[in-house]
Design a binder for this molecule. Structure first.
Ligand code: G
Ligand code: G
Ligand code: MN
Ligand code: NA
Length: 253
């Protein structure tokens, strides 16, 4: 209960902040995007990771304002970066609960419009399990977003139970291979098979791929050889505040 009240206060008093983790084209190494990851700058406890408070937000009806805050902040940042000569996309996580809203796409498009960002700079990450919980709802909500130019990524792919027939009916642009498979790909045959299968599926569906959690040169080489489009992970860069991201970006040029 206490954490719920504190989270309400955090939303009002600007204690939440958004960090950005780089995404690179595996062929060539160009920085193409960043994933927005929320953190709570708690006055006493310091920086709190989303795993500790996003579930609380989901249980207490705070996930709507939280999601709106992160999307608005990510949109504002993407527009500012484009104006500064950092022309990258920003990917935003969507809570499964938020996605269930029958007005989801409407609300998202309104926030993006208010931020004045080109919708093609925004990518929404819907988890595989949220997308597959109700494939016809997912198709209905994703279509207008995609028509407006927003990119759609399926997050944590490989961890859910995909109905492949339904998946092929979904309008999306990119599959994000869950980091557990990338981590284990060079260790366990099962994980390697999953990574190769997802890359093959994406190729056949003509969608792009992001390998998450790339930590080593060997993992980078493995997913690159398999034809993965983008990489994200500590090997390239950790999630960083916007100003640190700008310094990191400038350093690479
Ligand atoms: O940021 P971290 O590396 O600790 O992220 C942990 C988890 O929290 C990830 O699964 C990520 O998808 C989730 N997460 C991070 N930021 C957000 C957010 O803004 N909204 C939602 N719903 N989940 C987020
Ligand atoms: O579930 P989601 O895809 O949104 O996950 C993003 C999470 O993955 C964030 O918590 C981020 O900090 C974490 N992450 C990103 N890169 C790496 C990495 O290379 N290794 C590990 N262990 N975690 C990572
Ligand atoms: Mn994500
Ligand atoms: Na993921």
């Amino acid at each position: 209960l206490r954490i719920e009240q504190e989270l309400r206060r955090a939303l009002v008093e600007d204690e939440l902040e958004v960090h950005f983790q780089p995404q690179l084209a595996l062929g060539g190494g160009r920085v193409t995007g960043a994933e927005a990851l929320v953190r709570w700058r708690h006055p006493v406890r310091g920086l709190i990771a989303p795993g500790e408070f996003v579930p609380v937000a989901e249980e207490t009806g705070l996930v709507e304002p939280l999601g709106r805050f992160v999307l608005a902040e990510a949109s504002r940042q993407a527009a500012a970066w484009a104006a500064m000569g950092i022309p990258i996309r920003v990917a935003v996580n969507v809570s499964p609960l938020q996605f269930r809203n029958p007005r989801f796409s409407e609300a998202v498009l309104q926030t993006i419009r208010e931020a004045g960002v080109d919708p093609s700079r925004i990518e929404l990450e819907i988890t595989e399990s949220a997308a597959m919980a109700d494939p016809s709802h997912a198709a209905r909500e994703l279509a207008p977003l995609r028509s407006a130019g927003v990119r759609i990524a399926i997050d944590d792919f490989g961890t859910g139970y995909s109905n492949f027939a339904a998946l092929t009916q979904l309008p999306f642009d990119v599959l994000k291979i869950d980091r557990s498979f990338v981590r284990d790909a060079l260790v366990t045959p099962g994980a390697r098979v999953v990574v190769e299968a997802v890359l093959g599926l994406a190729r056949n569906l003509d969608v792009e791929t992001v390998a998450e959690g790339v930590e080593t040169e060997e993992q980078r080489a493995f997913v690159t050889a398999g034809g993965c489009t983008f990489g994200q992970g500590y090997l390239f860069g950790r999630p960083m505040p916007a100003e640190a991201f700008e310094a990191w970006y400038a350093n690479r040029l």
